[in-house]
Design a protein around this ligand. Structure first.
Ligand code: PHE
Length: 510
C-alpha cells in the first residue's frame, strides 16, 4: 500500500482547511441568501444553526477524519466502511458522501471560471462602462446582458472553463502538500487582504451609504422565525459555507499527523470561515448594491440567482470608481482565489476514493477524477438549469441528509464514549462531554426538524417536474451515484484482501 501524504505544517493544515471552507459561498452565496430572506430575519436562524449544527459537525468531521486517516481511509466510502467491517451497504451509503462534493464541483468549477474570465475582462477594460441614470434597473442593465451573453456560454467562457479545469488539474497533480497546501498558503492571506480592501471600498461608496447595507444584515429580528423556508435556507448555508455534510473536511483531516490537535483545527476552520463570511462577505456585495441601487432593489436583484448577483451588480458599482477596471479585477480575482481553494477540496474526496480504496497511483486517480469533473462541467455549461438543479439537490438536500447519517454513524454507532475518547487525544482545548451530548441529541433533532418541515412544505411540489433539462440533471445525479456505488463494491475486495494481508503479517511477527 502506498504511503498516504501528510500536511507539512500546522499552519498549512489550518490554512488548507480554511481555504476549503472559504469560497464563493462566503462572498456570493451568503449575501444573496441574506438579502433574499430578510437580512436580520435570516441571521437569527443562521446563528442558531451555526451553534447547534455547524460547529458540532465541524468537530465531528475533524475527529473522524483523523481517526480514518490512521486506518488509511479518506473518502466517505472508506470511512463509513470502516465502521461496518466494510460491508457493501455501508460503502454504498458512503459513496453518497463522495458524490455530493463532486456533483457540487461540476457546477462550482464553471462559476469559478466566470470569476477568472471576468477578472481578465476587467483588467483589459472589456467590461461595459457605467450608465449614468437614477434608475437602478437602467444602471445595471448593460451588466446583466453582458453577463448573460458571456455565460450563454460564449467561446471566451468556454476557454476560461478549460483554463480553470487545467489549473485545478495541475494543483491536484502536485498533491496535498506541494499543491493544495501551497496554494492555500498564498491564497488565504491574499483573500484577507483583498477582502478587507474591497469591504472598505464598498462601505465607503457614496459617502458611506453602504453602511446601511450592513445594518440591513445585522438588524436581527424575529419576524420570520416561524417560516420553515428561512430555517432550511439558513441551515443549508451553514452546511455549504463550512463544507460540512459531505466528508470534504474529513478528507482534509485524514491527512493530518496522528498527533494533530483536531479540535483546535476545527475551531480555527470555523472561526476563519465565519470571520470572512460575517465581516468581509457581509460588507461587500450588499452594502455596495445598497449604496448604488437603494434598499428596494436588493431582493429583486438577489432573485437573479444565488451566485450570479455579484457578477452583475458588482461591476456596475465598481466601474463607477476611479480605476474601476482595476478594482473590478481585484474583486473577481479575490473570488477566483476563494473558489480555487474550495474546488480543490471538492475534488479531493474522489481522488482519495481512487487512491485509498482502488489503490490507484496518484496521476491516474487525478486524471480520472478530473475527466469526470470535466464531463459534468460541460453539462453545467450547456444544459440550462443544470447548475441550479445540482445546487438544490447536492448543495442543499443531500447535504442535510448526509449530515444526519454522519452523526448517527460517528456518534451513535461508534459510541458516545469512543467518540469522546478519540476527540480528547492530543487535544489542548478541554471540551466537556456535554458537547458530545449536544452533537448526539440536539444536532440530529434540529436536522430532523428541518427536513420534516421541508418535506411537508415543498417536497411534493419539487418532485413533480416536467422540464426536460431538470430531468436530465436528475438522471445525471442518479447515474453518478450508481457509478460510485459500483466502485464502492468493487474496491471492497481490495480492502478486505489488504486487511487479511496485514493480519497475516502481524501474526507472523514474534
Ligand atoms: N465551503 C465552500 C464555499 O463556501 C464550498 C465547499 C463546499 C467547498 C463543500 C468544499 C466542500 O464556497
Amino acid at each position: 500500500m502506498g504511503k498516504r501524504e501528510r500536511w507539512r505544517s500546522r499552519i498549512g493544515v489550518i490554512l488548507a482547511a480554511a481555504g476549503n471552507a472559504v469560497g464563493l459561498g462566503n462572498i456570493l452565496r451568503f449575501p444573496s441568501k441574506a438579502a433574499l430572506y430578510g437580512g436580520g430575519a435570516f441571521m437569527v436562524p443562521y446563528f442558531i444553526a451555526f451553534l447547534l449544527m455547524g460547529l458540532p459537525l465541524m468537530i465531528v468531521e475533524w475527529v473522524i477524519g483523523r481517526y480514518a486517516g490512521r486506518h488509511g481511509h479518506g473518502s466517505m466510502t472508506g470511512i463509513l466502511g470502516l465502521f461496518f467491517n466494510h460491508s457493501n451497504w455501508s460503502r454504498i451509503l458512503g459513496s453518497v458522501g463522495v458524490a455530493i462534493p463532486v456533483l457540487i464541483c461540476m457546477y462550482y468549477i464553471y462559476i469559478e471560471s466566470w470569476t477568472l474570465g471576468f477578472a481578465f475582462l476587467s483588467l483589459f477594460n472589456q467590461i461595459p462602462a457605467p450608465v449614468v441614470s437614477s434608475d437602478p434597473h437602467e444602471a445595471v442593465r448593460p451588466y446583466v446582458s453582458f453577463f448573460k451573453d458571456y455565460t450563454y456560454p460564449s467561446i471566451l467562457a468556454y476557454f476560461f472553463l478549460l483554463i480553470t479545469i487545467a489549473i485545478n488539474w495541475v494543483v491536484l497533480q502536485r498533491g496535498v502538500v506541494r499543491g493544495i497546501e501551497l496554494i492555500a498558503k498564498v491564497g488565504m492571506p491574499s483573500i484577507l487582504l483583498f477582502g478587507i480592501f474591497l469591504a472598505i471600498v464598498a462601505l465607503s461608496t457614496r459617502d458611506w451609504a453602504g453602511v446601511e447595507g450592513l445594518k440591513f444584515i445585522y438588524n436581527l429580528n424575529f419576524s420570520r422565525i416561524t417560516d420553515p423556508t428561512v430555517w432550511i435556507e439558513a441551515s443549508g448555508q451553514i452546511f455549504f459555507t463550512l463544507s460540512l455534510g459531505m466528508g470534504a473536511i474529513a478528507v482534509y483531516a485524514s491527512y493530518v499527523r496522528p498527533r494533530e490537535d483536531v479540535v483546535k483545527a476545527g475551531f480555527w476552520t470555523a472561526g476563519i470561515n465565519e470571520f470572512i463570511e460575517l465581516v468581509i462577505g457581509a460588507s461587500i456585495a450588499i452594502p455596495a448594491a445598497f449604496a448604488m441601487f437603494s434598499a428596494v432593489a436588493i431582493p429583486e436583484l438577489a432573485k437573479e440567482g444565488t451566485f450570479r448577483l455579484g457578477f452583475m451588480t458588482m461591476p456596475a458599482v465598481l466601474m463607477n470608481l476611479p480605476f474601476g477596471g482595476l478594482v473590478s479585477f481585484i474583486w473577481f480575482f479575490l473570488l477566483f482565489l476563494a473558489a480555487l481553494t474550495s474546488s480543490l477540496a471538492l475534488i479531493q474526496p474522489l481522488i482519495a476514493l481512487f487512491e485509498d480504496e482502488m489503490k490507484w497511483e496518484h496521476s491516474k486517480a487525478v486524471a480520472v477524477a478530473m475527466i469526470l469533473v470535466t464531463i459534468g462541467a460541460h453539462f453545467s455549461a450547456f444544459v440550462p438549469h443544470f447548475i441550479d438543479e445540482l445546487d438544490f439537490w447536492a448543495g442543499c438536500v443531500m447535504l442535510l441528509f448526509f449530515g444526519l447519517i454522519e452523526i448517527i454513524v460517528f456518534i451513535w454507532i461508534f459510541g458516545i464514549d469512543n467518540f469522546y475518547n478519540e476527540l480528547k487525544q492530543n487535544c489542548t482545548i478541554k471540551l466537556p462531554k456535554a458537547f458530545v451530548y449536544v452533537i448526539a441529541f440536539v444536532s440530529p433533532l434540529f436536522l430532523l426538524f428541518i427536513i420534516y418541515f421541508w418535506v411537508i412544505k415543498d417536497f411534493g411540489k419539487i418532485i413533480m417536474v416536467t422540464e426536460s433539462t431538470k430531468i436530465i440533471a436528475r438522471v445525471f445525479i442518479v447515474l453518478f451515484l450508481i457509478f460510485l456505488s459500483i466502485i464502492a463494491v468493487k474496491s471492497r475486495k481490495i480492502i478486505l484482501r489488504d486487511l487479511r494481508y496485514t493480519r497475516i503479517i502481524k501474526n507472523k511477527e514474534p
